[in-house]
Design a protein around this ligand. Structure first.
Ligand code: SR1
Ligand code: MG
Length: 421
């Protein structure tokens, strides 16, 4: 196969390349300390797309993330433009101080290499790994709910003039390679035959076939896909699953915003909801004795209202400070009940969107290309399929009848019911 074409100046960094690159950045070299030859490094990328190095020197550490010209887990058979780290850096820059302490600090972006040098989060681990291991994280759901509210409100028409908001839309409009991955892998592929799909077979063959001939489900998924493409509500993370969150017992950080676009706020909400619930449904598959994960499972369900309420309360508090943008302007809504009515309607719409997107995001992890370690690490196919089947039952309800859920408590009740099957 001929070598892939890349822009002049780009080279994929191996360990020696990372060392040379960082040694040429005085502020980074000084942060690490000592001689570059003594820095230790390891490649730790466990996402689907990029390479990630952790670099330690005598005085400090950094993390280096670089785009490859292809999908890392698929290789050169799936080419992908390099610009994703550009958009990741742009997301951090765009939100700026609003997300300080909730994301890694970015130290340097190197445009020619499509590489970001940022804070090494330590002793943080990937949330999904912690959940699979059976851990709980007391402040995580509250933090992420408030994060989504702050990030989305602050980049929406509620806070920004339409001029500023559409300047942001224009900047992120070019992130089409990743937008396409989402449009296809989440909203299209699970519902049609493609050789990128896979599922636990033969156990779920019946379901894989059923969802391709379920007219109500396909119409709902296609509608959510259209919403994803057309509803530029705010600058969203675009891939806010439990693999994009790093945690300690009391700190929570959001990473990997390379899928950032102006999109529906409910897409980020739905990502976390779906992944909390997939973790919940996967727990029996990780038990080495019956009931071992009961406490953690209850905690996971309890995070659903914590997460939604943190989002809704923070969003409400921001709204009540007075909308200064071109949508729902405070100057128009002040003095009567219109502000409260409008806010209640908007939150209800976002709740509905959260459910629909959560449904779509669950289906893709069970029938599409990219699966979740929550289920994948259940070695026994029969046990895994039983867990996945329960998740699919709830996901279908989210997609087809989101209106039957009014509150976060309704979600919890439906998850319990699906888990009994
Ligand atoms: C080919 S990329 C597959 C998935 O990995 C990322 O984490 C996103 O979720 C994307 O859809
Ligand atoms: Mg990622």
């Amino acid at each position: 196969m001929p070598a892939m074409e890349t822009p002049e100046g780009y080279r994929p960094l191996d360990e020696a390349g990372v060392r040379e690159f960082l040694a040429g950045l005085p502020a980074i070299a000084s942060r690490l300390g000592g001689q570059s030859a003594g820095w230790t490094m390891s490649e730790v990328g466990d996402g689907n797309l990029n390479v990630v190095y952790l670099v330690d020197g005598p005085d400090g550490s950094v993390c280096v993330k670089q785009s490859l010209p292809y999908v890392r887990v698929a290789g050169e058979s799936w080419p992908l433009p390099l610009e994703r780290t550009f958009f990741e850096n742009a997301y951090y820059r765009h939100h700026g101080a609003a997300l300080a302490g909730l994301v890694p600090e970015v130290y340097h972006y190197e445009p020619a290499l499509f590489a970001i040098v940022m804070e090494r989060l330590s002793p943080h681990i990937i949330l999904r790994r912690g959940l699979i291991a059976g851990s709980i994280y007391p402040t995580m759901a509250q933090t992420i709910g408030a994060y989504v509210a702050r990030a989305s409100y602050g980049t929406s028409d509620l806070a920004l003039s339409l001029d500023d908001k559409f300047a942001g839309v224009a900047e992120f409009a070019a992130n089409n390679a990743l937008r396409r991955i989402t449009a296809e892998l989440i909203f299209t592929h699970p519902y049609r035959v493609t050789d990128r799909n896979r599922w636990t077979s033969p156990q779920l063959d019946d379901l894989a076939l059923a969802i391709r001939s379920d007219a109500e489900l396909k119409a709902a998924a296609a509608w959510r896909g259209h919403q994803f493409l057309t509803n530029a509500q705010a600058l969203i993370h675009g891939d806010l699953h439990t693999g994009s969150i790093m945690v300690t017992a009391d700190d929570t950080r959001v990473i990997d915003p390379e899928f950032a676009i102006y999109g529906p706020i409910g897409f980020d909400l739905g990502a976390l909801l779906a992944n909390l619930l997939m973790s919940y449904f996967s727990q029996p598959g990780h038990e080495t004795r019956a009931g071992e994960r009961r406490e953690q499972s209850e905690w996971l369900l309890a995070q659903v209202p914590v997460f939604w309420n943190a989002f809704a309360d923070t969003f409400t508090a921001l709204w009540k400070q007075g909308n200064s943008g071109d949508a729902y302007p405070a100057v128009m809504l002040a003095g009567d009940a219109s502000s409260d009515i409008a806010l209640e309607r908007l939150l209800a719409e976002l709740f509905d969107d959260m459910l629909g997107f959560a449904g779509a995001k669950t289906m893709r992890r069970i029938f599409g290309f990219a699966h979740n370690a929550d289920f994948e690490l259940i070695a026994d196919n029969d046990r895994r399929a039983a867990c996945e089947r329960r998740a699919v039952t709830l996901a279908r309800r989210f997609l087809v009848e989101p209106g039957s859920f009014r509150t976060a408590a309704d979600i919890v009740a439906a998850a319990r019911e699906a888990a009994q099957a």
